[in-house]
Design a protein around this ligand. Structure first.
Ligand code: ADP
Ligand code: GN1
Ligand code: MG
Length: 374
């Protein structure tokens, strides 16, 4: 395999640290994540092929890999117990961390890259876009369930892997700074987008203010609930396993609801260039609302439910300003695959927000409809 990313040059050294059965016959870059470097490893054994996911964690973003892996191991061990109690299959329904030969959760190589291995969950499908309302509904139930399964997890034991991850006012300040500095002179290319974002500053503290006033509860949340962070069973087509647990932290239910809507209830891809293809699909919004509330199983408060549309709007907005700030700063955070990729991504988020503003009353009415159903 040709490894283009020089930081991955240590892959051979890393693989050797994990006690994986059989003979390594294939290694390929894998998946469409924007953050980590992911590889699929295939081993030949006497019982057929075994596959593993190897990841180089993004150390520039996750500054404390040890704390990050402590979270992932503790949360997945907790989930294993819950899944077993519910009669499920913990090897397929949650991530399983494979330790190094020294019994560690990850390996730091001689170039200070941090590597981890998960069991590859076989016979699964990862969707980059909603293909059917049923898939989206299943993902909603799964994300709601995820939050419910972790409801009694001692939140204070979780490390904050990215401080202020969904602190929208703090994200706004970062964005303002990126505009003011305009390090690469790119702001001229995004005048309209910058103006659009600046005009909406007043929305940014709404949810955190309610939290501070004690009107919204803090929960354990996933915080990165886009559709490709869930694996579907290829045979039953059911949502099977929630992955990408790097950002599991205390948060608001709105973060999980909102991020799923931003990604999955849009009529186009996150990086679609033709903005006429981007709208909020109200029918998918309804599908997700119903599934999420059902998955949460009556655990959300009335105020939480009432604020769900704001969760959708703020998560979309926050992601938009993060993409735009990264464009202005020279694409240092999100992986890009073409010129102006982050600007394209920001544009879809802002188009979606404009459409949400048009459809605001209908979004509220939909949430109201399911308020007391579960
Ligand atoms: P990133 O943080 O970069 O998004 P993810 O942990 O989401 O990284 O992994 C990237 C992709 O790799 C996922 O979208 C999924 O397709 C695939 N993947 C990750 N873990 C597994 C696993 N245990 N089994 C099967 N596929 C996986
Ligand atoms: C990143 O890791 P991935 O690709 O699932 C990002 C999310 C963004 C998302 C936008 C740790 O998610 O916050 O919403 O890209 N994850 C991190 O696609 O920053
Ligand atoms: Mg991911």
């Amino acid at each position: 395999m040709k490894i283009e990313n020089p930081a991955c040059a240590k892959i051979v050294e890393a693989i050797a640290q994990f006690d994986l059965e059989g003979k390594l016959v294939d290694q390929q870059p894998y998946g469409n994540g924007h953050i980590n470097d992911t590889f699929l490893l295939t081993y030949e054994t006497s019982n057929g092929d075994r596959k593993y996911i190897l990841q180089r964690m993004n150390h520039a973003i996750f500054k404390k890999p040890q704390q990050l892996m402590e979270n992932v191991v503790n949360v997945t061990e907790y989930l294993r117990r819950v899944i077993k109690e519910q009669g499920g299959d913990p090897d397929r329904e949650t991530l399983n961390v494979i330790k190094t030969r020294n019994g560690e959760n990850y390996y730091e190589d001689s170039g200070h890259n941090y590597w981890r291995v998960f069991l590859y969950i076989e016979r699964t499908i990862c969707l980059e876009q909603v293909e059917s309302a049923k898939d989206f509904y299943d993902s909603a139930v799964a994300f709601g369930n995820f939050q419910r399964m972790l409801a009694d997890y001692p939140a204070e034991e979780l490390h904050e892997t990215i401080p202020n991850f969904h602190n929208t006012p703090s994200r706004f300040r970062d964005f303002q700074k990126a505009v003011q500095e305009d390090k690469l002179g790119r702001a001229a290319l995004a005048k309209e987008e910058i103006a659009f974002a600046l005009e909406r500053e007043k929305d940014t503290p709404v949810l955190l203010d309610l939290l501070a006033e004690g009107k919204l509860p803090l929960r354990v949340t996933h915080n990165d609930t886009k559709l490709n962070n869930i694996l579907f069973d290829a045979d039953t087509k059911k949502a099977l396993c929630i992955i990408d647990l790097d950002t599991v932290m205390p948060g608001l239910s709105h973060y999980d609801f909102g991020d799923s809507i931003r990604f999955g209830a849009s009529t186009g891809a996150e990086d679609e260039k033709d903005l006429s293809k981007i709208e909020l699909d109200l029918s998918l919004f309804e599908t997700f609302t119903k599934g999420f509330l059902e998955g949460c199983g009556g655990s959300l408060t009335e105020k939480e439910i009432e604020m769900l549309p704001m969760g959708a709007k703020l998560m979309t907005y926050e992601c938009g300003i993060r993409f735009l700030a990264d464009f202005l700063e020279g694409d240092v955070y999100f992986k890009i695959h073409r010129k102006e990729h982050n600007l394209d991504r920001a544009r879809t988020q802002f188009k979606l927000i404009a459409d949400m503003e048009e459809k605001w009353d209908r979004m509220i009415a939909i949430v109201e409809k399911y308020k007391n159903k579960y």
